[in-house]
Ligand binder design. Structure first.
Ligand code: GDP
Ligand code: IMO
Ligand code: MG
Length: 420
């Protein structure tokens, strides 16, 4: 059996959806462990594009169990909308194979409104889905969990406390009616998912832990305060599902062949230039959730090395190499210059990071179409050199090479699951 965490190693949107979808074929269970519908995970199957926000990216494999773990913040309205839009597109959703943890905290209507106000005071550039305020209430011990929906008295009591705390600006009856309405529909999905997952592990099932966002957006390890409000890193997979660390076999880091970021915050290798724009256009770098243009830049191996360490990454998946096909030369950041000194470790001070100037190494581009290639040996030599140089610096091997958004545009160098 193999239990595998799939984690983003940059600022999100690395292509986790594609990797999860691909690996789902050999998994039994796919579980989301943090974040909410701020995520946008794109999966393309037979030319058809699906963007998953809350439901695990394994859902397009009809026989797999998909779980929303208790580390997620859950907006029931968004959940039902996602189910409906998948059903409309003929995705068979088997209600018996989709579970939500009883302990998952709810995103409430007031969380969206709190976030809107807070963005006006201190702009983070959030996705506006109420994720931060929902986690704030969780940590502040006044959050409302999915399980609370099934006891009207408890739900009303908790709601009342929350509305008082938020200055009595919201109508209790309408929120109560809306959410108790969802409760009826949700009941069939709700389960003790930690118990279920641990039983599945005893029965040698293969589990994929699907990370949302990315390492540099992690609330503890990212570029705080320009982060999301959860642990997107591998550690979050354990706390977010109730599966202990001794049960995890591998941690796969997903990285893009260059860097992108949405929202505010430092980004040392950003290319606010024509080249950045060209990468955005070729890579279709527009947010899968908010459609905002993503900021684009060169690969940053200082940040990557940091992500490898924080997550304990033992193998890497790289995506979007094809976006670089036409470039004559490709730059890679191998260190930062800060006040005349060379820095090789990702700085913890945001002030320092903002002042860091990337030190680049320039490599020849491959200037060839690669989207049709399905074997490592057929890849252009310059591309292999690019990968080898990344390997050398960050000391982790690539096992999954993506040369296009489609499921089959993948070169797998090793099986991730023992015996499958
Ligand atoms: P996620 O949030 O990590 O799942 O990534 P997103 O779905 O937000 O963004 C990744 C985008 O890149 C999606 O539009 C994918 O369809 C696309 N994609 C994934 N892998 C590749 C690849 O190898 N080449 C290209 N051109 N696009 C890719
Ligand atoms: P996936 O899972 C990229 C960014 C937002 C903002 C910051 C905080 O698709 O990789 P939030 O709404 O979470 O409070 O916003 O985090 N952000 C993402 N950026 N990919 C994501 O998810 C993101 N989810 C949040 O743009 O900068
Ligand atoms: Mg995304």
């Amino acid at each position: 059996m193999s239990n595998i965490i799939v984690v983003g190693v940059q600022w999100g949107d690395e292509g986790k959806g594609k990797v999860i979808d691909f690996l789902s074929e050999k998994a039994d269970i796919i579980v989301r462990y943090q974040g909410g519908n701020n995520a946008g995970h794109t999966v393309i199957v037979n030319g058809e594009k699906f963007v998953l926000h809350l439901i695990p990216s394994g859902i397009l494999h009809p026989d797999k169990i998909c779980i929303i773990g208790q580390g997620v913040v859950f907006n029931p309205k968004a959940f039902f909308q996602e189910i409906e839009s998948l059903k409309e597109r003929n995705v068979a959703i088997n209600d018996d194979l989709l579970y939500i943890s009883e302990d998952t905290h709810l995103i409430m209507p007031y969380h969206l409104s709190v976030e809107e106000t807070s963005e006006k005071i201190h702009k983070i550039g959030t996705t506006g889905r109420g994720v931060g305020p929902a986690y704030t209430d969780k940590i502040n011990r006044c959050g409302i969990k999915v399980i609370d929906l099934f006891d009207e008295d408890i739900f009303e009591e908790k709601l009342q406390i929350n509305l008082v705390q938020k200055g009595n600006k919201f109508d209790l009856t309408s929120i109560k009616n809306e959410y108790l309405g969802y409760a009826k529909e949700l009941k069939k999905y709700v389960k003790n998912t930690s118990l279920f997952l641990n039983e599945a592990i005893k029965n040698d099932k293969n589990i994929l832990f699907e990370g949302a966002q990315g390492t540099l957006l992690d609330v503890d390890h990212g570029t705080y305060p320009y982060v999301t409000s959860s642990n997107a890193t591998a550690g979050g997979a354990c706390t977010g599902t109730g599966v202990g660390p001794t049960k995890i076999d591998r941690v796969i880091g997903v990285m893009k062949a260059y860097s992108t970021r949405v929202g505010e915050g430092p980004f040392p290798t950003e290319l606010p230039s024509e080249l950045g724009e060209a990468i955005r256009i070729k890579g279709r770098e527009y947010g899968a959730t908010t459609n905002r243009p993503r900021r684009c830049g060169w690969l940053d191996t200082v940040a990557l090395k940091y992500a490898v360490r924080i997550n304990g990454i033992d193998s890497l998946a790289i995506t979007k190499l094809d976006v670089l096909n036409e470039l004559e030369t490709i730059k890679m950041c191998i260190g930062y210059e800060y006040q005349g000194q060379i820095i090789k470790e990702f700085p913890k001070s945001l002030k320092v990071l903002r002042e860091c100037q990337p030190i680049y190494e320039e490599l020849p581009g491959w200037q060839k179409e690669i989207s049709h290639i399905r074997s490592y040996n057929d890849l252009p030599e310059q591309l292999k050199d690019y990968l080898a140089r990344i390997n050398e610096i960050i000391e982790v091997k690539f096992k999954f090479i993506s040369v296009g958004p489609q499921r089959d545009q993948t070169i797998l160098l090793d099986s991730f699951f023992v015996g499958r």
